[in-house]
Design a binder for this molecule. Structure first.
Ligand code: NI
Length: 270
């Protein structure tokens, strides 16, 4: 599978679940311009057959190389970033939850979900937009996970798919400026993630980011009851040149840590 098809499929899945993303994309399009994607991010559990090592095989086959490792101690996450050898395809950020760091009851819930995954479902790149590979947990189980790890609760419902796409501010047709982008989103009525400030990172960090709050979508839980919960969000990234004059290619752990919180419950979810 080539990267063009890979990202088309991811986009189709992402905008089906989160229609707001298509509207935001439209907001930054004009007759001659379509926004460039800086990166997509995925979430998974560190349990075979869906752990990071199992999933990255497909990225490596498409020409991606591991670039940098990240740790998020408080959230019990670890991640790798991937860059494409061509320099032309979007970066990929792949994180996994360190399930053994959760309580025994939460570990048991997650083991019960991953046990339902057929290894064959993981053997093709389609796994990246396969969604939930297990039957939905109950509302009660979801909340049990939520109390320990928002990431685990989100993943138990939405599964393997793009958690967010990211508009590259560097490639916008106007002067690259993250505050202008933020203003345009606020004017259009979108709620932004304010954790750690609306704009995360500084020019000295070489990466500045902002993101919307995840769109609230109704989800049907085991037992048939439906509740609105946060789905996916859109991110915006402005990269700055490093000492050698190259645009920075990595991520900033402190900012990524707060970007994860874009799927946290917020007042509109009530
Ligand atoms: Ni991101």
């Amino acid at each position: 599978m080539n990267t063009t098809e890979f990202f088309q499929q991811l986009w189709a899945d992402y905008t089906t679940l989160t229609p707001q993303a298509a509207s935001i994309h439209e907001l930054f399009c004009d007759d001659n311009y379509t926004p460039r994607n800086d990166h997509v991010a995925f979430r998974t559990f560190n349990i075979s057959p869906i752990n990071l090592l199992a999933l990255e095989v497909h990225l490596l086959r498409m020409g991606y190389r591991r670039y940098e490792a990240y740790q998020f101690e408080e959230k019990k996450l670890e991640a790798w970033s991937y860059s494409h050898v061509s320099g032309q395809a979007p970066r990929v950020f792949l994180s996994q939850l360190q399930v053994e760091k959760l309580s025994k009851p939460a570990q048991d819930i997650i083991q019960g979900l991953v046990k339902q995954v057929e290894p064959a479902q993981v053997g093709e790149p389609q796994v990246f937009w396969s969604g939930r590979l297990w039957s939905p947990p109950s509302w009660e189980t979801y909340n049990q996970l939520l109390a320990e790890s928002e990431y685990a609760a989100w993943l138990s419902i939405f599964g393997l798919r793009a958690n967010h796409f990211t508009i590259s501010i560097n490639h916008l047709p106007e002067e690259p400026d993250i505050q202008t982008v933020v203003n345009r989103l606020i004017q259009a009525g979108y709620n932004l993630n304010t954790a750690g400030g609306v704009i995360k990172g500084t020019p000295a960090d070489l990466l500045q980011q902002a993101s919307t709050l995840a769109e609230i979508r109704p989800v049907t839980f085991a037992g048939g009851d439906t509740h609105p919960i946060p789905s996916c969000y859109y991110e915006f990234a402005l990269r700055h040149p490093d000492a050698s004059g190259q645009l920075y290619d990595g991520f900033v752990a402190a900012s990524a840590d707060r970007i994860f919180e874009s799927t946290h419950q917020h007042p509109k979810a009530a």
